[in-house]
Design a binder for this molecule. Structure first.
Ligand SMILES: [Zn+2]
Length: 243
């Protein structure tokens, strides 16, 4: 299993896992984490079991993501792995729950509030960026758990980089305030957009880490733009269970 740390901090693990090390056949080979792409569910269950074992995750929380801006707040223990429809951000103050975002070019934006011991994982594709899901998630953490945005640490996962984020119809699809992030004829820097949205939400520049890996350019990751019919890799964040 190919893993890279996205947030390095005591009491929390936040990482991305690549596509190798699972049991799914092509075109989902091999660590496909999504039940929604046509892969056999027994393969996905085994892949998720391996993910949980690799990170010591007690219970996995995930969503059938819809490119919206709804935030699922988990403030009580979960007794079993749970996937709910219609959410694109997950927040919890419960140790041992792994918050999973499933990806194939979209970003996962991981947040950790070390003071209040709260974590979040945000699915941020371009529709989520337009909807302001990063800011909405930070406001939810503040309202529900007292998070001060200046205390947050943030990590931005591998995703479609400025090299490959081509939006031929950007004048229709992207609002004017995002046009300033154009880096080529039809290319946009969504890593910079997320960093700016984090800053606007109150996160300090020096506490934002961008891993800077493009999924379409990197065969270690599933990429919808590259392969169309493919699996989903994942980013996960979890508060460490009490020792
Ligand atoms: Zn690229």
């Amino acid at each position: 299993m190919h893993t890279l740390s996205l947030i390095e901090s005591p009491g929390v693990s936040g990482a991305v896992v690549g596509r190798d090390g699972g049991v799914s056949p092509a075109p989902y080979d091999s660590l496909n984490l999504s039940f929604g792409v046509g892969d056999a569910s027994e393969h996905v269950r085994e892949n998720r079991r391996r993910l949980k074992a690799a990170f010591g995750i007690g219970v996995l929380a995930s969503a059938r993501q819809v490119h919206g801006d709804e935030v699922w707040v988990i403030d009580e223990p979960l007794t079993q792995d749970t996937e709910l429809a219609g959410y694109d951000a997950l927040v919890t103050n419960q140790p041992g729950i792994g918050l999973l975002i499933q990806q194939a070019d979209c970003q996962a934006v991981l947040l950790h509030d070390p003071g209040h011991k709260v974590v979040a994982n945000i699915h941020a594709g371009w529709r989520g960026s337009v909807a302001g899901i990063i800011g909405k998630t930070i406001r939810t953490m503040t309202e529900r758990f007292g998070t001060r945005p200046g205390d947050l640490r943030a990590g931005i996962s591998p995703s479609l980089g400025p090299c490959c984020a081509e939006f031929v119809n950007y004048q229709i699809e992207l609002p004017l305030e995002l046009h300033g992030y154009q880096v080529g004829q039809h290319h946009f820097d969504f890593w910079a957009i997320s960093r700016e949205q984090l800053r606007q939400g109150g996160v300090r520049e020096e506490r934002i880490d961008t891993i800077g890996i493009c999924t379409k350019c990197s065969p270690e990751y599933f990429s919808f733009r590259r392969d169309r019919v493919t699996g989903r890799f994942g980013s996960v964040i979890m508060l460490a269970p009490a020792a």
